[in-house]
Design a protein. Structure first.
Length: 241
């Protein structure tokens, strides 16, 4: 037999349990919508916001190109022969035909030497990516100091942030005085300074391809220009087309 004094206590316990259970249900009910709302918000965000594309490398065709070259040289680069006659298509035009992308600035002058040209050249601002330096045949013949003048010109090109391209000397059926010594100087200076070197002495020719005793005729001249173009292609492949 249960005493009356114990009943209130039991009832109190049952009411406490029920209250606790109700509070737990209410708390869970409050949490469930909140969690569902977060998931809905997340899904809505992912479906409406575009995905940022990964940065892609610039295509080679879009890369900036500097297809420009200056020619500094004597009558051989000017395309002159026999008392300053000139080819219908001089070397500058040959280069442009071979590589149409290039803008060619032709500063070559018949009869010039590196020793004569270096002082003015070394104070002139340069505007092209490449600068071809073709001298030596007249320096050698006239006994002028080719090496210091060439070094001065190369140094100026590099100080201007441009790329020098030194040519060796073309060949003749009967080599001109000082030709071989000047050719060796050109090769050595290019090697020591890091300038590009077009080995003109290695370009084949036939005696019938000479315009006179000193100057190449067009067919030989075009092969010499082709040696320059080959170096330009290596240094700036984006300018080949």
């Amino acid at each position: 037999m249960v005493s009356l004094s114990a009943r209130p206590h039991a009832a109190c316990v049952r009411l406490s349990d029920i209250a606790f259970t109700l509070l737990a249900i209410l708390a869970i009910g409050a949490l469930v919508p909140a969690c569902g709302g977060d998931r809905g918000s997340s899904n809505s965000h992912s479906s409406s916001a575009p995905t940022r594309p990964a940065a892609s490398a610039k295509a080679p065709d879009d890369a900036p190109r500097d297809c420009t070259v200056t020619l500094e040289g004597d009558s051989i680069l000017y395309g002159a022969y026999n008392n300053n006659q000139r080819f219908d298509e001089p070397p500058a035009a040959m280069l442009k035909r071979m590589r149409p992308a290039y803008t060619v600035l032709d500063n070559s002058v018949a009869g010039s030497t590196a020793a004569q040209r270096a002082p003015a050249f070394s104070s002139t601002p340069l505007t092209t990516h490449f600068v071809v330096l073709q001298h030596g045949i007249n320096d050698g013949q006239f006994g002028q100091p080719y090496e210091p003048a060439l070094r001065r010109m190369v140094a100026h090109v590099q100080a201007q942030g441009r790329t020098p391209l030194v040519t060796g000397l073309s060949r003749q059926t009967h080599p001109a005085p000082g030709r071989d010594a000047a050719d060796n100087i050109a090769r050595r200076v290019a090697g020591e300074t890091g300038a590009l070197f077009a080995d003109w002495g290695a370009v084949s020719f036939k005696p019938a391809e000479m315009a006179d005793v000193l100057h190449p005729a067009p067919a030989y001249s075009e092969r010499l220009v082709g040696r320059i173009v080959a170096l330009l292609d290596q240094a700036a492949p984006e300018c080949r087309y």
